[in-house]
Each structure stands twice: as structure tokens, then as C-alpha cells.
Design a protein around this ligand. Structure first.
Ligand code: CA
Length: 231
């Protein structure tokens, strides 16, 4: 787990005293802070500094916080905590609609702001952890389950949707032999011996793409994905 000092926060607020106070408090809590004071400056700082979280005021010169949120989310998904001037429901709904994760109404207590920032970062970290768990890496074979992409060493391998699902199923229990019937039922959603030929032909295609030694055949039984190729 990285400590909070590893997190970089972009503070976007046009009122210098609020920007200063918020930044100081976050720095005091162990965060790294980058600051911006208007819409275009926020987008530029986001691109340049690659923050882990954005604290975003709605009313800003240039263009407003909603537009900033829309633009930065289009570049890269990032947790955004909006600061709204009033408890205006339409403001909040617009914010959530453009990709804000949470909002805080002004005036707010610094303690609450820091708690919300920490909670949002924890949530994002947990989601990333879950994605990593669902995206196994076996030796130099790496699978991004969410993006449905696969790499062997540095080269991306292009799999058909079925080949990908088959690989992901095998990767779910590496080293374990899965019967052709199990694979057919889990990947194709059907049961019965009729599917075993289908499984065989897809395994053959998968092997040709990721390397034959990565998938072990247990004759008459099924297949296993090796933990490390060639082992
Ligand atoms: Ca403002």
C-alpha cells in the first residue's frame, strides 16, 4: 500500500485564500499538491502533473468546473471531488453527470475535506486492487481483464473474443487441469460432450498465438495454463 504521501492532488480553486488554505491542509496531511486557478489552467496542470485526484471548484474563470471535469475525464479517468458554492441539487447532478465522484458544499470544514479525499482515494485503490486480481499475470503473460487485452512480454497479442474468454478461464486457476467439458460449459455456456472438439480447436488457436508451451494438454482430460511458460 502506498502511503498518502505518494498521492498527488490537483487543487482547482480561483479564490487564492481558499486555494491556499486547502492546499496547506492537504500538504499537512501528507499529500503532494499542484494548484490551478481557472478552467484552462486546471486542464493544463492535469496533463502536466498527472494527479491521482482532482479537487475541483465549480465556479471558475475561463470555463467552469463541470467543463474541466468533462475534459479531464475524457483524457484519463480520475477521481474528482467537486466543491459547490451552494447546496444546489442541479449543480450536483450536473457534476455527477460529467464524471465527478463526490461533492462538498461550501463552506466546508477542512477536516471533512481531508476525510472525503482519503475516502475517495481508498475507494479508487480498492477498485484498482480488484481489477489487478481479475487481471492475472503468469510469467511474462499479462491479461488486462477489464480492457480485454493480452501481452506476452512487451508484445500485445490479438485474440478473438472466444480465445480471450478461454484464456481468462484458464488463467483463473493456473496450473490446474480443467476438463474440456468444464471449459465448454464455462466459456461457451453449454454443457455436453459435443463441445469438446470446439474447445480443442480454440485451444489450438490460442496456443498458436500465445506460445504452445503455455497450455499443457492432459490427454483425454483437458488443459491447464502453466504458471510459467516452459515449466
Ligand atoms: Ca470559485
Amino acid at each position: 500500500m502506498p502511503s498518502s504521501s505518494a498521492f498527488k492532488i490537483l487543487v482547482v480553486e480561483d479564490e487564492p485564500t481558499i486555494n491556499q488554505a486547502v492546499s496547506d491542509r492537504l500538504i499537512g496531511s501528507g499529500y503532494e499538491v499542484v494548484r490551478a486557478y481557472d478552467g484552462p489552467g486546471a486542464v493544463a496542470s492535469f496533463e502536466e502533473a498527472s494527479p491521482d485526484l482532482v479537487l475541483l471548484d465549480v465556479m471558475l474563470p475561463g470555463f467552469d468546473g463541470h467543463e474541466v471535469c468533462r475534459r479531464i475525464q475524457a483524457m484519463r479517468p480520475v477521481p474528482v471531488l467537486m466543491l459547490t458554492a451552494r447546496d444546489d441539487e442541479s449543480d450536483i447532478l450536473v457534476g455527477l453527470g460529467v464524471g465527478a465522484d463526490d461533492y462538498l458544499t461550501k463552506p466546508f470544514r477542512m477536516r471533512e475535506l481531508v476525510a472525503r479525499v482519503a475516502a475517495l482515494l481508498r475507494r479508487v485503490e480498492r477498485a484498482a486492487e480488484l481489477a489487478r486480481e481479475a487481471s492475472p499475470q503468469l510469467g511474462d503473460l499479462r491479461i488486462d481483464a477489464g480492457a480485454r487485452r493480452v501481452w506476452v512480454a512487451a508484445s500485445e497479442i490479438h485474440l478473438t473474443p472466444t480465445e480471450f474468454d478461454l484464456l481468462l478461464r484458464l488463467a483463473g486457476s493456473p496450473g490446474t487441469v480443467l476438463t474440456r467439458e468444464t471449459l465448454y460449459a464455462d466459456v461457451w455456456g453449454w454443457s455436453g460432450a459435443s463441445g469438446t472438439r470446439t474447445v480443442d480447436s480454440h485451444v489450438k488457436a490460442l496456443r498458436a498465438k500465445i506460445g504452445a508451451d503455455r497450455v499443457r494438454t492432459v490427454h483425454g482430460v483437458g488443459y491447464a495454463l502453466e504458471r510459467v511458460a516452459g515449466s
